[in-house]
Design a protein around this ligand. Structure first.
Ligand SMILES: NC(=O)c1ccc[n+]([C@@H]2O[C@H](COP(=O)([O-])OP(=O)(O)OC[C@H]3O[C@@H](n4cnc5c(N)ncnc54)[C@H](OP(=O)(O)O)[C@@H]3O)[C@@H](O)[C@H]2O)c1
Length: 243
């Protein structure tokens, strides 16, 4: 069994890579930071890695070529996970921030998915989009991130309809606030991170932030069965999206 995880060198993607590696799957992980990828390849023997930047035009071509040439154009699961967060209040709105957000969370997953379609068709594979509770529930100052993740939720449903005739299922996990380095990686200061995390903790009905294993366990359940599930957006968020 073969799985491709974008942004698999950190946080949720790394947790997914570890899970599939432990189960003996062939795992291909992408990320921008070559050192993080090398560390992962050292920790998880046999894993394959590729440097890939979702914001760079045509960068997905090397992934598609890898799958065609090394994996005989076969793919069981594509996980569109790579992403970042940005605050975008009206007072500090920049074209580049908006365009980068939509490139990384909408354009790149669409083009990568298109490139992987033949390989997914060959194995009647599935697509798992990692979206966000911010794509379900609106928050002020998150217009770019919230609308990008909401867009990816809608793409999940559109692709599910379009790809069902090929036996390809498409679902999304929409995580709530989960303990990963995402805020540090996205350039937030330590003080801002503490503020955000305290506010989130109080807003979550189950009164705790998520752990990577909370997300991985649901992804593993989707990977191992759920044969009649497609077009679903699954909130894994301690209830924050319904609060
Ligand atoms: N943690 C949360 O609270 C939370 C909640 C809801 C949704 N999510 C979503 O879950 C996904 C994973 O987030 P995470 O929390 O695990 O974050 P993370 O620890 O920062 O990991 C993000 C991964 O994506 C890669 N990445 C980031 N920008 C990229 C780009 N432009 N091109 C290619 N790869 C890129 C990173 O690798 P490099 O740095 O090497 O590029 C890294 O491997 C994201 O889509 C995020 O929006 C997270």
């Amino acid at each position: 069994m073969k799985v491709l995880i974008t942004g698999g060198s950190s946080g949720i993607g790394k947790g997914l890579a570890e899970n599939f590696h432990e189960k003996g799957w062939d795992v291909l992980v992408t990320g921008r930071d070559v050192n993080k990828l090398a560390q992962l390849a050292n920790d998880l023997q046999g894993i394959r890695t590729l440097v890939y930047d979702s914001s760079v035009a045509d960068d997905e071509i090397k992934i598609v070529e890898f799958i065609r040439n090394v994996w005989e154009n076969k793919l069981d699961i594509l996980v569109n996970n790579a992403g970042h967060v940005a605050l975008t209040p009206f007072g500090n709105l920049k074209r580049e921030t908006l365009e980068n957000m939509y490139r990384v969370h909408l354009t790149a997953p669409s083009l990568l998915t298109a490139g992987c379609l033949d390989a997914l068709k060959n194995n009647k594979g599935q697509i798992l989009n990692i979206t966000s509770s911010h794509g379900i529930k609106p928050y002020a100052q998150l217009m770019a991130y919230g609308s990008a993740k909401s867009g990816l939720n809608m793409l999940t449903k559109i692709w599910a309809l379009e790809l069902a005739p090929f036996g390809i299922r498409v679902n999304a996990i929409a995580p709530g606030p989960t303990d990963t380095p995402v805020l540090t990686n996205s350039g937030f200061s330590a003080a801002d991170i503490k503020n955000i995390q305290d506010t989130e903790q109080n807003a979550i009905p189950l009164k705790r932030r998520g752990e990577v294993s909370d997300i991985v366990n649901i992804a593993a359940a989707l990977a191992g069965g759920a044969a009649w599930l497609t077009g679903a957006i699954i909130p894994v968020d301690g209830g924050i999206s319904v609060s």
